[in-house]
Design a protein around this ligand. Sequence first.
Ligand code: ADP
Length: 583
Amino acid sequence: MRIFLDLKWFFKQEKKAYLSGVGILLFVAMLQMIPPKVIGFIADHVKQGTLTKTTLLESIGVLAAVGISMYVLRYYWRVMIFGSSVKLSQQLRNRLFEHFTSMSPSFYQKRRIGDLMAHATNDLSAIQQTAGAGVLTLVDSLSTGGFVVIAMAFTISWKLTLICLLPMPVMVILTSWYGNMLHKTFHKAQEAFSSLNDKTQESITGIKVIKTFGQEKEDIEDFRNQSEDVVQKNLVVTKIDSLFDPTISIIVGISFFLSIVFGSKYVLSGELTIGQLISFTAYLGLLIWPMLAFGWLFNIVERGRASYDRVSELLSEKIDILDEEFASDDVPSGDIHYEIDEFTYPGETTPVLSNIYFSLMEGETLGIVGKTGAGKTTLLKLLIREYEIEKGSIEFGEKKTKEYKLGKLREAIGYVPQDHFLFSASIAENIAFTNPSAGIDEIHNASRLANIHEDILQFTDQYATVVGERGVSLSGGQKQRISIARALMMNPEVLILDDSLSAVDAKTEEAILSALKQNREGKTTIITSHRLSAIQHANLILVLDNGTITERGTHEQLMNAEGWYKEMFLRQQLEELVEHGGH
Ligand code: ADP
């Protein structure tokens, strides 16, 4: 029952609704005590032959009034308690979402999307059930149970009550045992569901790869196995859950049996009237629901607890990149100085960058080249503070990058990766992502600079064309150019093109770069590219190999240096020539 303590903050917040809901619930439980009494009263009058028309009509009137009041009141407590419990899942959902958006990429590297989705759906509804049906069942079963026992013991016969309650301890022991088992098995069932969710998500996202390699059969088989696992684990839960009802029925059956055997003895000896015995058995009937509900309560509470634990664990996961206490509110601008002694990814042991020292003046263009895996992307991600630098720092303008608020730092930088995500929205919305209030002229302007405007005009709906998962298929190059247009909308102090022109041809690349050069006068640009021609006009070129800078200088300097750069540049020029020769 610890879950109710865990949720105390919520009950406090919704105090009014819960107090009135529970108040009405208690009142209904008391009203329930009236009908059995009335029936016993009528039975006694029948037996003694003293039933008059008025007594009968009055009794029926009372029964009807009680029935109608219970009908109306039950409606109200349901609205109050269930209505409030919906707010709980809403609040937790908002908290989770906020948490998800504040986590850094390393969090998403560790966690699987399907698992996170399972938390946001299944777990939240289990918690909501606890705050709604759980609270209701707890109060209802305890109050109805309590009132019934009091009514039986004090208004009819405490002796008969004691006798009929004898089998109860057995039930308490059994149900709490089932409850424990339920907790364990439910946890496993939820985890299996998470895995299945993950599998589904991954298969759908990766369906193209699966089809390309003809792996559908294997994938379906894999899905079947996981789905079977979910069924098996839920079956175990259901089996344990199913033990509750028969157990309770048997125990209640024994109670009924005892009440008839001993009750009729007391009637014969004159200790009870026949009407009292009828009332007594009617009360006993009223006990069935609270007991069943109690078993059910175990189930709800166990689920709620397991889910709450999972969600809390997720929420307690620390945000690893945080603003420093006195972080500056300025948007950085100015020169950039890299002073990284060493950088190692969290959880890894070998450094991927070492001795990275260089300066880039405001308004200059930096080119970074090197083999795949040399550390180019890592070097750029450190500038946007996607990871913390343990040994060293990067200065940007007046201060170090981590001395700015994270939001402000990123406001200054437009980062375009090789493969950017486009949302299922119109092209215009995708481009204006960083600045939703931008006018259409601005959007067109950014598109022209990114050399995508003409392409967009070819689509039937032009800028209103929907892209992404539900929309038109774009080529890799078109996606890249839309991503660049998106970054240009920010008009950032620093524009980073991280291999983000890999899917466009050399000519288009050149056109885009020269348009940028003209338009971004006085602003800093950083380009990494496999095509060395893309960076030959840069003020500074760095060649990266195995995490260190092996060559540096301008294109002319590097061409005189007889190193990797010169060799690569000449080779690419030759390839270009061969390609053109083939035309
Ligand atoms: P490049 O951009 O030059 O191709 P990267 O910066 O992407 O190189 O990668 C440099 C090295 O860092 C590679 O060995 C890569 O495996 C490793 N690496 C990249 N991202 C991560 C990460 N998130 N966690 C651990 N290692 C990583």
